[in-house]
Design a protein around this ligand. Structure first.
Ligand code: E4P
Length: 218
């Protein structure tokens, strides 16, 4: 399973890349806007930092314009994957971009039927929105399980990119359900390292050792 960082912030990205476990980046218009730097420039900076796939969103809602934007974004770097919303216009754009050899991430997916359409259109990634499904009274884990089952039954190559993950439980449930990738905000990713018993254990081991030996000389 791959980990992507869900951010457009370069400090967060640099800190997370140092862990050596981040395989790519996802962005969305909200995250890019927060940085206050124009889309193409910020994406260029992100791509300079990582060898992994970087999802870059289109803003238009009409297929022809999405394709135009997608081509422009894809020309920035070979690792760019164009993030297209799960609409009829979006799927038209995904089909056209596929013909150009441009990879896509169909985003804002809330049902297995939408994921089936995304796979049929040749999307490289599909992004089910875990927490937003739960906010609406559904089950994020069930959604990912259903998509994984359908893709496996019919041999679709589209990868399931679990998005909108907001807690450790979401990440664990997405992994159990068969997501190929989880994209996480920096704070959530950072929190996965920690457990109070880990900290307590480290302190205890160090204290037991230092009662007998000088840890600096050891
Ligand atoms: C990633 O591709 C999504 O844009 C992101 O995970 C959405 O998360 P949110 O529902 O917490 O805004």
């Amino acid at each position: 399973m791959k980990f992507f960082l869900d951010t457009a912030n370069l400090d967060e990205l640099d800190r997370a890349l140092a862990w050596g476990i981040i395989d790519g980046v996802t962005t969305n218009p909200t995250l890019i806007a927060k940085e206050g730097i124009a889309m193409c420039e910020q994406l260029r900076r992100i791509c300079e930092r990582t060898d992994g796939d970087v999802s870059a969103p289109v803003i238009s809602s009409v297929s022809r314009d999405m394709v135009h934007e997608g081509r422009e974004l894809a020309s920035l770097h070979g690792n760019i994957v164009i993030k297209v919303p799960m609409t009829e216009e979006g799927i038209k754009a995904v089909s056209a971009l596929r013909s150009d050899g441009i990879r896509t991430n169909v985003t804002l997916c809330f049902t297995a039927a939408q994921a089936l359409i995304a796979a049929k259109s040749g999307a490289y990634f599909v992004s089910p929105f875990f927490a937003r499904v739960e906010d609406a009274g559904g089950s994020g884990q069930q959604l990912i399980e259903d998509i994984a089952r359908i893709y496996s039954a019919h041999g679709f190559a589209t990868q399931i990119l679990a998005a909108s993950l907001r807690s450790r439980e979401h990440v664990e449930q997405a992994a159990k359900a068969g997501a190929h990738i989880a994209t996480l905000p920096f704070k959530l990713m950072e929190s996965l390292f920690r457990h109070p018993l880990t900290a307590q254990g480290i302190e205890q081991f160090a204290s037991d050792y230092s009662k007998v030996f000088d840890p600096v000389k050891a």
